[in-house]
Design a binder for this molecule. Structure first.
Ligand code: ATP
Length: 353
């Protein structure tokens, strides 16, 4: 893992070129004979969030290790903050922050001491160190525990301190490797808020996660990786749209009328609706929210009373199942309901590699 000393060994970091995010071009990496990354290309524009999503062993951490200069790619090229990860590794290190799955704070020091230590390593003067440490404690909601040893912190507090410490160096690009794994739901949401704040300030973020809801909430772009290969890239909405759009469900007041209602929609709007015995009709359309008002108007003008209507968008879980044949154990993609961080089942039979 990238040590603090690596990240901090130059307090006079040249600011990264404006507009510099992350560019990965045809990167391949083997561990012995095992191919951990296979011809991966992607781009993260400055000030945006890319979520790298995939099951255990997919290659997420390997890509983070390449991009944080901890290992070299066998083939291909990657730029971080405008610098080449091999030829300009030192400059990359000065531009980045890395928050891993295991908090890198010193357990024996208090939160304030951890921040002060890093501020001093960054060659801040005494007054600035005090001021920066207090400001960070305040920003990250750590004031109450500021003078307790980090060893006594909960997982969520520790992760917050870890992020606070990493941010002292004002990195242009942040790598968050499963930043919410093992955290309780409230702490997870705290981390999400922090990420959103960072992005608003122009930081570029590459986030690895196994939580689909996390990717959905935070990412501008989602890259799905499986067995070292990038198998899909797009916005969360684009990926969902590939599944064929939304489901619109309409419940009729008279449970005996779905057949006639479906016929009406077919005649007036050329929509094929499926009728159900429970008095509902259901249709698959590209843009449910755009279609629903007109469908309700047509039903109303043809004498059908409607008691409920809903538009359901596919969730990222559906995308995964379609892409990889693997689905999270919970089947919900909702981290609140999935305390076990190792959430994927593997069913390799569906694919060939
Ligand atoms: P996880 O979610 O479990 O962290 P991941 O997507 O980050 O998984 P990687 O850790 O990048 O996956 O691993 C990709 C592949 O490379 C896996 O098959 C893994 O077993 C293998 N691998 C990772 N690190 C090493 C190593 N140091 N030596 C040998 N093989 C490795």
């Amino acid at each position: 893992m990238l040590t603090r000393a690596d990240a901090l060994n130059d307090a006079h970091a040249r600011p990264a070129p404006v507009g510099a995010g992350i560019v990965v071009e045809e990167v391949t990496k083997h561990y012995g004979r095992r191919k951990a990354l296979d011809d991966v290309s992607l781009a993260v524009p400055q000030g945006s969030v890319l979520a790298l999503l995939g099951p255990n062993g997919a290659g997420k951490t390997t890509l983070v290790r390449v991009l944080t200069t901890l290992i070299r790619p066998d083939r291909g090229r990657a730029l971080v903050g405008g610098y080449d990860v091999v030829a300009e590794a030192a400059m990359v290190r000065r531009s980045i922050g890395l928050v891993g799955q295991h908090a890198a704070v010193d357990e024996y020091l208090t939160g304030r001491e951890n921040l002060a230590l890093v501020a001093r390593l960054l060659r801040m003067g005494r007054a600035e160190t005090r001021q920066q440490a207090s400001a960070a404690l305040e920003t990250f909601g750590l004031t109450d525990v500021a003078d307790a040893p980090a060893a006594t912190y909960s997982g969520g507090l520790r992760r917050r301190l870890d992020i606070a410490v990493t941010l002292l160096a004002k990195p242009a690009v942040m790598f968050l490797d499963e930043p919410t794994t093992g955290l309780d739901p409230a702490s997870r949401r705290d981390v999400w808020t922090l990420v959103e704040r960072l992005v608003a300030d122009g930081t570029t973020i590459l986030l690895t996660t196994q939580y689909l809801e996390e990717a959905d909430r935070l990412a501008d772009t989602v890259a799905v990786i499986d067995h070292g290969r990038l198998i899909a890239t797009g916005t969360p909405d684009e990926l969902k749209a590939r599944l064929g759009g939304d489901t619109v469900q309409i419940r009729l007041a008279d449970a005996a009328t779905p057949h006639e209602a479906a016929k009406t929609l077919h005649t007036t709007m050329a929509i094929d609706a499926v009728e159900h015995n429970d008095g509902t009709i259901e249709m698959r359309v590209p843009e449910g929210a755009a279609l629903l008002p007109e469908a309700l108007r047509q039903l109303d003008s043809h004498g059908f009373a409607v008691t409920a209507a809903e538009v359901r968008r596919p969730v990222l879980d559906d995308v995964f199942l379609a892409l990889t044949g693997e689905r999270p154990l919970s089947g919900t993609g909702h981290p609140d309901q999935a305390p076990d961080p190792r959430r994927w089942t593997h069913s390799h039979g569906a694919r060939s590699h």
